[in-house]
Design a protein around this ligand. Structure first.
Ligand code: DGP
Length: 136
């Protein structure tokens, strides 16, 4: 059966479609944080950023830029956020790789941000080294 988004790709479920090419599709989010909140997906189903092949990350990024330009031209927001959730703990609900484009207007308060923390400078290098050891 596939994900909800695969069903949208196949035309089995309706969506307010904006743009598509061979690899990607952009359509409006059904629960928008703001006017023009758009999802960009790769048509092939991969659950998240870790599993999607790099060429499809590039394709989705290209479409994201193209659609963000169109949203900016259509609605003149003051800015926009690109959000990409991975894992339930990070707020992912649909496990089919996608990027949110969320148009923003001054003072709209539609997104919550992380709380800036504090860390020792020496610890930063330790953490960086731990990650570096796992780079392929
Ligand atoms: P995330 O939390 O990153 O997995 O975001 C999933 C988004 O998908 C959420 O903002 C709502 C949206 N969504 C869920 N089901 C549908 C649907 O059937 N159609 C559309 N257009 N959007 C959906």
């Amino acid at each position: 059966m596939g994900s909800i988004f695969s069903r949208i790709v196949k035309g089995e479920l309706p969506a307010a479609r904006i743009y598509e090419d061979d690899d990607t599709l952009a359509f409006l989010d059904i629960n928008p944080a703001s006017r023009g909140h758009t999802l960009v997906i790769c048509k092939e189903e991969y659950p998240d950023l870790l599993s999607v092949p790099p060429n499809l990350v590039v394709a989705v990024t290209r479409t994201t830029q193209r659609v963000a330009r169109a949203i900016t031209s259509a609605f003149q927001p003051d800015g926009f956020n690109i959000v990409q959730n991975n894992g339930a703990a990070a707020g992912q609900v649909v496990f089919h790789f996608h990027v949110h484009i969320i148009p923003r207007w001054e003072g709209d308060r539609v997104l919550a941000y992380w709380r800036p923390g504090k860390v020792e400078k020496s610890e930063l290098q330790e953490i960086a080294d731990q990650i570096k050891a796992h780079i392929d």
